[in-house]
Write a protein that binds this ligand. Sequence first.
Ligand code: SF4
Length: 210
Amino acid sequence: MKKQEVMTLVDKGEMLPLMEEFYTIQGEGFHKGTAAYFIRVGGCDVGCHWCDVKESWNAETHPPTAISQIAENAAKYSDTIVITGGEPLTWNMGPLTRLLKEKNLKTHIETSGAYELTGDWDWICLSPKKNKLPFGRVYDEADELKVIVYNKHDLIFAEEQAALTNANCILYLQPEWSVRDKVTPMIVDYVMKNPKWKVSLQTHKYLNIP
Ligand code: SF4
């Protein structure tokens, strides 16, 4: 296939830059402890300085892959598919989620909300980032808000973001992994004083699994 044809298919969401895919345990947030198949899509320009998947940022380093192949593979492993990145909403998620739904698979997304919400989702985890804020209906549609806490100022940001979400959205504060020893006690204290929040830990990292 010619490069231009591939780019057209990527633009339509019929092909996606696939970084990696793996069957594991969802380590974070509401579904922690639950087996799920993860599809990591390349491409992100949000630029979080503490990002632990910087290899995902440049979409051109990840092979454009037909969504039929992605969906077929995913269906072999799990009935719950988590699309993560990178920032999956860099791309049109409509075609992939349609295919996954046709296979009766549950579709979950982990997104910063920095781009327009596309796709048909059973679960939306919104993890907003200060340098490129979410916008539009993702605040109304989010099932969980997961704010990564790197320092105490992030607690103010968390409250600002929580005020924008819908009433049913479950609120999580999660320590950024590299500073977890420092910020976890602060988060625990904050959640006890503000019990609308819950603590989320990256349990997969404690378990040493992907
Ligand atoms: S939005 Fe996610 S993938 Fe993108 S830079 Fe931030 S942490 Fe990394």
